[in-house]
Design a binder for this molecule. Structure first.
Ligand code: SF4
Length: 259
């Protein structure tokens, strides 16, 4: 498929999904550090398990840089146990705080003030930070303009013959970023530019707005944020791994005729 056609299709998907479901209010967190903890804990587990681990940390008043710095490793493991792989994840959270302390004096503001490419490279060197985790931290906690590619993104694009299964993370990321950027330059990504009558109700209640989902951000990061949340909705509710359930999916009208 030609590059221009792919870009146009992805913009069309964004409009169709946003028209159908509206804002998804990602990321559900009260602070930048909560986003980061969530990005680590959500690896290889469902979000409901992350919420239990986060609730434990919050109840223990440890959901902060200071809290993770001071808590004993064994106690941290106990608190985040519901998220699975808890020993590994506890060590990784400690590693992140050590990195923040050593490189940025414990300041997320100083870390996120660095250019996107440089922080991304630093994050990717940390134990347990892959591309999806690094980009979640950059986009949702740092307001940096990167698109978060997940398994849902790949699956949907492959099933619609926009990309092949073996496309690299970077290829998918660049395609989404390039395709969606023009939406941020126009007013077309605003709620007002769409028909307020939703064309389909979201199958599960979307997350309620959180301090981080409602935080001020650039138009570009807002579009990347929204598209990622919408794709998660498609993947969780319709485009399932074993078998797509296309009836009712807002992208059904765009399925290619592969015959
Ligand atoms: S569920 Fe069907 S229509 Fe929806 S994204 Fe997947 S393949 Fe496309």
């Amino acid at each position: 498929m030609a590059a221009d056609a792919r870009n146009t299709l992805i913009q069309t998907y964004y409009r169709a999904l946003f028209q159908a479901w509206g804002p998804q209010n990602w990321w559900p967190a009260r602070s930048r550090f909560e986003v980061i903890v969530g990005a680590y804990l959500t690896q290889n587990t469902a979000w409901t398990n992350v919420e239990k681990a986060m609730a434990n940390l919050r109840a223990a008043r440890l959901l902060s840089v200071k809290g993770i710095r001071k808590v004993a490793l064994a106690e941290l493991e106990r608190l985040i146990r519901p998220s699975g792989y808890f020993r590994q994840k506890a060590r990784r959270l400690k590693t992140f705080v050590d990195f923040l302390d050593q490189q940025y004096g414990g300041s997320l503001t100083r870390m996120f003030a660095r250019p996107t490419k440089e922080i991304r490279e630093e994050l990717l060197k940390l134990n347990g930070v892959g591309q999806e985790t690094a980009d979640s931290v950059l986009l949702y906690a740092g307001n940096h303009p990167v698109f978060v590619v997940d398994a849902y993104t790949r699956r949907i694009l492959a099933r619609h013959a926009i990309l092949t299964d073996d496309a690299s993370y970077e290829d998918v990321r660049k395609l989404l970023e390039k395709s969606l950027a023009p939406l941020a330059e126009s007013a077309d990504n605003s709620e007002e530019s769409f028909n307020p009558q939703r064309t389909a109700s979201f199958p599960n209640p979307p997350h309620p707005p959180s301090p981080m989902s409602a935080a001020k951000r650039t138009a570009l990061t807002q579009v990347y944020n929204e598209m990622h949340g919408l794709i998660v909705g498609v993947g969780k509710n319709y485009c399932k791994k074993s078998q797509p359930e296309c009836d009712g999916c807002p992208l059904q009208a765009f399925l290619p005729d592969l015959k």
